[in-house]
Design a protein around this ligand. Structure first.
Ligand SMILES: [Zn+2]
Length: 211
C-alpha cells in the first residue's frame, strides 16, 4: 500500500487524465489524495464564477468517490491564471514532505492549456525544494488537451474504463458542453490498441517528470 497524490489544475482533469490508473490504485489499497489547484470557476459556460466553482467542487466530490480517493482539497487558485508562485511551491513542497506520497500525478508540460503547464512546473519546483531527508516521489504526467508523443509508462485501464467514464460524467456541467467522456473513451481506446499491445482494450499513458 502506498500514498498517491494527484495535483490537478481543474476539477475533471484527474478523471480524464488518470482516472483509470486511480481506480487501480484504489483497488490495490493505496490511499489517494486529490489536490484541486483551481476550482475551474472560469469554465461556467454562462454560469457566474462563484456558482461554477461551487458546482464543480460538488461534482469533484462525486468523481473522487467513484475513483476511490479518500482525501480531497481545494486550493482555489485563479482559474486561467494559475502560477507556480513561491507560496504555492512551498505549500506543495510542505505537503509532500509531510505526507510523503510514493507517486504523484499531474498534467504534462506540453499541454496547450497554460494552467496545465503551470501544474507541471509547480510539481517540478516543489520537488526540487524537498529537504534531502525526504525521498523524491515518482511522478507520472498525464494528457488531457494535448496527447503525448512520447511516453514512459502505459497502464492498462480496461478493467476500469466504465468507472473512469462515470467519474468524468460526474462533471455534469462540463460534460453538458463538451463530451469529455466520449473524448476520453476514444483516446483510451487508441492508447489501448496502439500502445498497450498485447494488453487490453483501453490504456492511459504517462511521461515521467524530467528534473
Ligand atoms: Zn484542466
Amino acid at each position: 500500500m502506498s500514498r498517491v497524490l494527484v495535483v490537478t489544475p481543474h476539477p475533471d482533469d484527474e478523471a480524464i487524465g488518470c482516472g483509470g490508473a486511480l481506480c487501480a490504485h484504489s483497488e490495490a489499497g493505496d490511499t489517494i489524495r486529490l489536490v484541486y489547484l483551481t476550482s475551474g470557476e472560469q469554465g461556467g459556460h454562462g454560469l457566474p464564477p462563484g456558482e461554477t466553482a461551487r458546482r464543480r467542487e460538488t461534482e469533484a466530490g462525486e468523481a473522487a468517490r467513484l475513483l476511490g480517493a479518500e482525501l480531497t482539497e481545494f486550493w482555489r487558485q485563479p482559474d486561467g491564471a494559475l502560477r507556480a508562485t513561491r507560496r504555492l511551491v512551498a505549500r506543495l513542497r510542505d505537503l509532500v514532505a509531510d505526507w510523503r506520497p510514493g507517486l504523484i500525478y499531474a498534467t504534462h508540460d506540453g499541454e496547450m492549456h497554460p494552467d496545465h503547464r503551470a501544474a507541471a512546473r509547480l510539481v517540478r519546483r516543489a520537488l526540487r525544494e524537498l529537504p534531502a531527508a525526504v525521498p523524491t516521489p515518482a511522478v507520472r504526467l498525464f494528457e488531457v488537451w494535448t496527447p503525448l508523443q512520447h511516453m514512459d509508462e502505459i497502464v492498462d485501464t480496461s478493467a476500469h474504463i466504465e468507472r473512469k467514464l462515470a467519474a468524468i460524467r460526474a462533471y455534469e456541467h462540463q460534460c453538458s458542453v463538451l463530451r469529455f467522456d466520449e473524448a476520453a473513451r476514444g483516446l483510451s481506446r487508441y492508447r489501448g490498441e496502439m500502445h498497450s499491445w498485447p494488453g487490453g482494450d483501453y490504456a492511459e499513458v504517462f511521461v515521467s517528470l524530467r528534473p
